[in-house]
Design a binder for this molecule. Sequence first.
Ligand SMILES: *[C@@H]1O[C@H](CO)[C@@H](O)[C@H](O)[C@H]1NC(C)=O
Ligand SMILES: *[C@@H]1O[C@H](CO)[C@@H](O)[C@H](O)[C@H]1NC(C)=O
Ligand SMILES: *[C@@H]1O[C@H](CO)[C@@H](O)[C@H](O)[C@H]1NC(C)=O
Ligand SMILES: *[C@@H]1O[C@H](CO)[C@@H](O)[C@H](O)[C@H]1NC(C)=O
Ligand SMILES: *[C@@H]1O[C@H](CO)[C@@H](O)[C@H](O)[C@H]1NC(C)=O
Length: 174
Amino acid sequence: MMMSSSTHLIFSLLLISAAATLCPVHATDHIVGANRGWNPGFNYTLWANNHTFYVGDLISFRYQKNQYNVFEVNQTGYDNCTTEGAVGNWSSGKDFIPLNAAKRYYFICGNGQCYSGMKVSVLVHPLPPPPSSSIAHLNPLSDSAAPVVLQQRGFGVLIVSFAISWLGSGWMWC
Ligand SMILES: *[C@@H]1O[C@H](CO)[C@@H](O)[C@H](O)[C@H]1NC(C)=O
Ligand SMILES: *[C@@H]1O[C@H](CO)[C@@H](O)[C@H](O)[C@H]1NC(C)=O
Ligand SMILES: *[C@@H]1O[C@H](CO)[C@@H](O)[C@H](O)[C@H]1NC(C)=O
Ligand SMILES: *[C@@H]1O[C@H](CO)[C@@H](O)[C@H](O)[C@H]1NC(C)=O
Ligand SMILES: *[C@@H]1O[C@H](CO)[C@@H](O)[C@H](O)[C@H]1NC(C)=O
């Protein structure tokens, strides 16, 4: 069972194009404080105001391990620098936290440095609808390539499973 190389090429182009279309919004890793990291004496409100957060993005905290940490708290904990009832805590020094819900998140440092500014609140937005222009963008390729692929009826199952594995790995690039 071998696909001809031209079918393979057309098919690969189709999949790359489809994968690009399916990933119009890239999951972004928002590094808190950018190159300043997670440290006292920084206004993280200014940092957060300069970023737009979407569901599926990551927020990551980079700091000296054992010196600082990260607690996810509620608004009371954020306002008052308390970790009582914290939702989660991290202390690896390089913590990647997925922002999986469209809501406001609150993070503070739990060792007292919250009072020195180590607190950040981010509002996570729902994913915007995919831009319709990306569908039109796919059409020129699929109009010419799809019939060629579909003629290879014997390869139908192979192509579908190939597509699933390709798209599966494709998500890793998003
Ligand atoms: C950070 O900057 C914002 C906007 O200028 C300001 O409202 C806030 O008071 C500042 N926070 C601190 C802790 O200085
Ligand atoms: C906002 O982001 C831009 C582009 O990344 C950067 O040049 C600027 O310094 C940032 N401003 C603040 C307050 O972080
Ligand atoms: C937060 O702290 C303020 C001032 O310290 C206090 O008045 C308030 O009751 C605290 N809120 C909660 C929910 O603990
Ligand atoms: C935050 O959690 C604390 C402890 O569980 C609770 O007493 C407080 O009412 C909560 N605050 C909010 C705004 O939900
Ligand atoms: C930190 O989180 C772990 C669970 O991941 C929990 O067992 C532990 O009590 C938390 N620590 C604090 C200080 O809240």
